[in-house]
Write a protein that binds this ligand. Structure first.
Ligand code: MOS
Length: 730
């Protein structure tokens, strides 16, 4: 049985609020938590598979050129070596995020340092790694000096979809107050804890791959395409995923390579990328430079809004970091110019890294807004409040539910924000200047088609099956909570089975659409089941109060089911409601930092994020997403940047020792406020995305606090000590 919902209208019933089990939204512990912390939850590389070979990728040690020959014989006689595979499909990695896109790099051409060339397969990992080091090959490499590597020093193509409204130049010239500033951001790595890994098994007709993936629902077509198989010949399993942050959205090299080898050698093959390979071979976040022209009247009301951005990308790839996304709708200003252009450079593919677009667009925008507040001479919180538009400033669409003002106000209150006049260098403790800063948060809300099968067993327990993943976000928890709430079951009577493409197709984990999309599919199935159960109980569905495994004061589910099982596949599809509203999550960040007056070092003393993202499905996992977002903000503000060697184009800091993500010592006490909200236009369960929202703008709160502390207006992220010192006034 299938229950289908295409959401064309807001669902203002807010049905989950009428349920009585009382678990939705509660900070329940993760059912998968114990397995993870005790090491018994198997990640992709950890499945004990008999007779498994080990594969190690060999990657290009140059930036641009052509591979003309691989000397397989150079290693085939080494101990344990079984094969060297230099199949051109090793480079057949679909462009990020898109299903079934053709490989961007023609066979044997190398377009970036670290591009896969071959896979060496051996009986043991050590043997494969040793042989991979000794594999020789012939190539012609171009002189790196002749290869475009710097996005600022190459031509750029304007992208379609620019916004032009009114006359920005005129608005700027007539403005009472204005800001014209350009911010830059550097490349980022997703740096997920679990390296990319896959084990492929081929039985002569069908392929089973244990892999670390965000989107098995798409990855199955990508892999089938790459290998020229039918989708019905492929099964992907990704039950536990140690973080993805975009880097596991598309099928990547290790899964393709393991599959090719398994099919060719007719034995299972495991391929795990080294940390360095994850950095060099898997996508990066684009470098950006972003010019803002903000024009305002005497009261700080925006009259002009310009955001012109250059983002970088490998030639032939279609993804362009969508840094304008929030600028489209966050603030008013009738004269608008928003334009994106792409500069082609030979660094590895740029793709989705945690909150593609807003993660770097919002910090730049919110830094420029801080400068405008200073120009106008008003409180930066007040500047934001004054510029919240009535409706979308260009297409006039209404906003769905929007808690930006509440986040700004509640966040300021909880932080103890001083709304008085602001001037840098008002507080000093010894060598340290101390200051505060704030920024808005925004991240568009997305939903995606999703299916999930919910089965009530005759014993009164429920099973939810979908190929949706839990990439550390809490999917196991929230899927169980929605089913339990709707069917009146405590969590320990709901079994959630995720990450297997033999199950109905979920939405995958990406773009922060996972929670609201998959839970909507579960909701749709359960609503249908409730109608059946009501009939069995002889009451109307409105009267059906289910709790702890039965009708309150009536029959138990076991009695109602009477030996039969009840199974419904919920199918949720985004509908017209998507086109009728501007839907986004919102928030506000507040930070207090100290900046060393001699070294330019910045320490974050405290930080707060207030967020509105619709219904909270699990207060613990949602808060954890927000905390993670603030931690990412600290990294984006102060340390994270991929550094490319100009001599040969390799990444100089391709490990977690040199690519600095914040560690415990860098992260102070963090506070998270989740503003009560239901967004009936966002999804049938009134929830929006939260994961990426957590960081969209946060780096600006820190940058603005640096300025307030010491007077250094740093125009590039990350704001490393050298940059802070260079911008420090006398
Ligand atoms: Mo996200 S960067 O779509 O995993």
């Amino acid at each position: 049985m299938t229950a289908h919902l295409k959401q064309d209208e807001p669902d203002t019933r807010n049905l989950l609020d009428d349920m009585v089990q009382g678990i939705i939204g509660k900070p329940l512990a993760r059912p998968d938590g114990l397995g993870k912390v005790t090491g018994t939850a198997p990640y992709a590389a950890e499945y004990p598979i008999a007779n498994c070979l080990e594969g190690v990728l060999v990657t290009a040690p140059f930036t641009k050129g052509t591979i003309t020959g691989v000397h397989k014989d150079s290693v085939l006689s080494m101990p344990g070596v079984v094969a060297v595979i230099d199949d051109q499909r090793l480079t057949a990695r679909a462009a990020q995020g898109g299903a079934g896109e053709a490989p961007a790099q023609p066979a044997r051409k190398v377009g970036y340092f670290g591009q896969p060339i071959a896979l060496v397969v051996a009986e043991s990992f050590e043997q494969a790694r040793d042989a991979a080091k000794h594999l020789t090959f012939e190539y012609r490499a171009e002189n790196v000096a002749d290869v475009p590597l710097d996005p600022e020093k190459t031509d750029a193509e304007p992208q379609d979809g620019a916004t032009r409204q009114g006359d920005l130049a005129q608005a700027m010239s007539q403005a009472a107050h204005s800001v014209d500033v350009t911010y830059t951001t550097e490349g980022h790595s997703s740096a997920a804890m679990e390296p990319h890994a896959a084990i492929a098994q081929w039985d002569g007709n069908s392929l089973t791959v244990h892999a670390s993936l965000q989107m098995p629902n798409y990855n199955i077509s990508e892999l089938a395409d790459a290998l020229d198989l039918g989708e019905d010949q492929v099964r992907l399993i990704a039950r536990y995923v140690g973080g993805g942050f975009g880097s596991k959205l598309g099928i990547s090299e290790e899964a393709v390579a393991a599959s090719i080898a398994a099919m060719e050698l007719e034995r299972p093959v495991r391929v795990v990328l080294s940390r360095q390979q994850v950095f060099q071979t898997i996508m990066r976040r684009s470098e950006t430079s972003q010019r803002f022209r903000l024009a305002a009247d005497e009261n700080g009301r925006l009259t002009g809004f310009g955001h012109e951005a250059r983002v970088s990308q490998l030639p032939g790839e279609s993804f362009a970091e969508p840094v304008l996304q929030s600028s489209e709708f966050l603030y008013g200003g009738e004269n608008r110019l928003l334009q994106l252009e792409v500069a082609r450079i030979h660094r590895m593919t740029a793709g989705s890294v945690r909150a593609p677009g807003e993660a770097v667009g919002m910090p730049a925008l919110e830094s420029a807004m801080d400068m405008l507040a200073e120009e106008v001479g008003i409180d930066p919180v007040e500047l934001r409040l004054r510029n919240i538009p009535e409706c979308h400033p260009v297409n006039g669409l209404p906003y769905s539910s929007r808690k930006l003002a509440e986040c700004l106000e509640q966040g300021a209150e909880a932080f103890g924000w001083d709304h008085g006049p602001r001037k840098p260098r008002q507080r000093r403790e010894g060598e340290w200047w101390i200051g505060t800063g704030m920024a808005s948060a925004a991240r568009v809300h997305n939903v995606a088609e999703a299916r999930a099968r919910v089965t009530l067993k005759p014993d009164g327990t429920a099973l939810v099956e979908t190929d949706m993943t839990d990439i550390g976000t809490g999917t196991y928890s929230i899927v169980g909570q929605v089913a339990g709430e709707m069917l009146g079951l405590p969590m320990d009577r709901v079994l959630v089975d995720l990450g297997d493409t033999d199950s109905p197709r979920g939405p995958g984990s990406g773009g922060s659409w996972g929670a609201s999309s998959i839970c909507s599919a579960v909701f749709v199935a359960c609503e249908d089941m409730r109608a059946t159960l009501a009939k069995k109980a002889g009451v109307s569905v409105e009267e059906l109060k289910l709790k702890d495994g039965g009708v309150i004061g009536g029959a138990s589910l076991v009695e109602l089911l009477d030996g039969e099982e009840l199974s419904v596949e919920g199918h949720y599809e985004p509908g017209a409601v998507e086109d009728d509203f501007t839907a986004s999550g919102y928030g506000a960040f507040f930070a207090e930092v100290r900046v060393n007056r001699f070294t330019g070092e910045t320490r974050v003393d405290r930080m707060l994020g207030a967020y509105g993202f619709g219904r909270v499905l699990n207060a613990k996992t949602a808060r954890s997403q927000c905390l993670g977002g603030i931690v990412w903000s600290i990294g984006a503000a102060l340390t994270e940047a991929l550094l490319f060697d100009p001599v040969d184009g390799h990444i100089a800091n391709c490990d977690l020792a040199e690519y600095h993500v914040p560690v415990n010592r860098d992260v102070p006490d963090l506070e998270v406020i989740m503003v009560e909200e239901r967004d009936p236009a966002a999804s049938p369960i009134q929830a929006k995305g939260v994961g990426e929202l957590g960081m969209c703008g946060g780096a600006a709160a820190i940058g603005n606090a640096i300025y307030n502390a010491c007077g250094a207006r740093v125009l590039g992220f990350p704001m490393t000590p050298d940059r802070v010192i260079a911008a420090m006034p006398e």
